[in-house]
Ligand binder design. Sequence first.
Ligand code: SF4
Length: 261
Amino acid sequence: MADQDTRAQLAEHLRMARELGVEGLSRDPAWRARAEDAVPRRPFVADSAERPSSEESFANADVERVPAGASEREMLPMIRDDIGDCTRCKLHTLGRRQIVFGVGNPAADLMFIGEAPGADEDIQGIPFVGRAGQLLTKIIEAIGLTRDEVYIANIIKCRPPENRNPEPDEVAACNPFVVRQVQAIRPKVIVALGSFAAQTLLRTKDPISRLRGNIFTYGDAQLIPTFHPAYLLRSPERKRDVWEDMKKVRNLLQADAPDPS
Ligand code: SF4
């Protein structure tokens, strides 16, 4: 039975890898080459005096700092308590059912940050549970992890009406909470899902098509922008690009992992 389960999981993993554009597996050592060997790391560099670097954005966020000695498990509930039944922006009057805080391992090495809850997330109170969420789960599993091992959150915690883009005042009010979540979790790698998350975290207006393919720094983490799973549902031909980004994520995580030998 265990062998059957393993075979079924392996078959699902390979099927997803194929969907993401992986054409085969190889014993070639280059297949396991570290991201730093293959991808030049590009620190985020502000290109204008008005645009602060992501590090400045992280450090200067108008948020409470993590108390010394507080563990991730203690910090996340404190942040959730601070949000409370939030009325800090107008989204609380525009039909939200509940606040969608975040889900996953509070000590995760890998964190995914998306834009805002959709209809399914608003109902369930969990980020990325609709069709896009199911695709995100497959993307996570394609690099050998599970949803329970990573942390998933959004920039905006309440569903915008008709899934419209969040507005600047809403971002200003809500962004400090995801910054605090990052400070609490201290992931090694952050994947910014889609234009909105990448642009907000990196304080840039560059489109995701220009941002992806690069590795940025965000606080102590390395940040990889990639396409949002909802976009992949509309444009499946871009799965190959996401797979390339996820290979970098996997390699960055492995680069820091202790040598098992
Ligand atoms: Fe509060 Fe954020 Fe919801 Fe606005 S979107 S009401 S700031 S939790």
